[in-house]
Write a protein that binds this ligand. Structure first.
Ligand code: SF4
Length: 281
């Protein structure tokens, strides 16, 4: 196997090899896949402080499998600090200040001016995704799964064969990231409500942000507040729409795929297709 990695070594300078784990299936499978290929690999996890418990558990499990340290990178300021700094304006798909401040900044500080090969788990069957691409000249991004034609079914097999399986949150959510991630589908918000009601409440409080009576202004979803989403009639409606969509997918062009696979990647709406991959791979 010839990786871009080897080209990056040609200038004779010491090169660090770093794989940023998100707690998702693709970066985890990449860590397993690269284990005996790049023994000097450094593993990092950029913790926003707003992750799901399942993510921490899975990273721990992965760490034990790899028998490697995982550097825990965290901003010295938390989400609330930045939220205040941005005048209470919640991050969204356009601003993404959360990714910049809580993920990319700590990651780039950890790297400093060293020459680094950064490994990203984008698969061969999703070339439309971009992943984290640094503008820093000392960072070379490589995509071993694309280079070696590793696809979704391979990723699932890699994790299965390693005895890791998938992170638990895949039962109700399609990707890793903060519990309040604005890239979530509405059915995933309902999943958060049912699986982690206390986190849902926390997310709801960020929406109010100082205004106890109002649910307009800064909401995680553009079209409705979380408070409205918790109304029983609305929950039913979201679940019904989800089921309908699932059955259409199952009866139609994706009939050959298992339901679990549908959850994993393809059951997305337009907003999730642009999700930032340093958070979600
Ligand atoms: S997971 Fe979502 S909310 Fe968290 S940093 Fe990434 S984009 Fe922002």
């Amino acid at each position: 196997m010839v990786l871009e990695t080897q080209k990056a070594n040609l200038d004779g300078k010491k090169v660090r090899h770093i794989l940023a784990l998100s707690g998702g299936k693709d970066s985890s499978a990449l860590a397993v896949y690269m284990l005996d290929k790049v023994p000097e690999m450094e593993y990092v996890f950029c913790d926003t402080g707003e992750e799901l418990g399942e993510t921490y558990e899975y990273i721990e499990k992965l760490k034990n499998f790899l028998c490697k340290d995982v550097a825990w990178l965290k901003s010295d300021k938390d989400f609330k600090f930045y939220l205040d700094m941005y005048n209470g304006v919640l991050p969204d798909a356009n601003t993404r200040w959360c990714t910049r401040m809580l993920k990319i900044k700590p990651y780039e500080e950890y790297i400093g001016d060293d020459h680094v090969v950064s490994y990203v788990g984008i698969r061969a069957d999703e070339p439309h995704r971009k992943g984290y691409i640094s503008t820093k000249k000392n960072i070379t991004t490589v995509y071993p799964f694309i280079e070696n034609n590793i696809r979704r079914e391979d990723v699932i097999r890699i994790l299965h064969d390693a005895g890791l399986g998938l992170p638990d949150y895949y039962k109700w959510r399609s990707r890793s990231g903060c519990y309040f991630c604005f890239f979530q589908q509405k059915i995933e918000w309902i999943g958060l409500l049912e699986n982690h009601p206390e986190l849902f409440k926390k997310a709801m409080k960020y929406e109010k942000d100082g205004s106890e009576s109002s649910d307009v202004g800064f909401t995680w979803c553009q079209s409705e507040s979380l408070r409205k989403m918790t109304m029983p009639i609305r929950i039913d409606q979201i679940k019904k729409e989800h089921k309908l969509r699932q059955s259409r997918l199952n009866n139609g062009f994706m009939a050959e795929q298992r339901l679990a696979d549908v959850w994993l990647d393809d059951f997305t709406d337009s907003s999730t297709s642009t999700a930032c991959n340093i958070c979600h791979l």
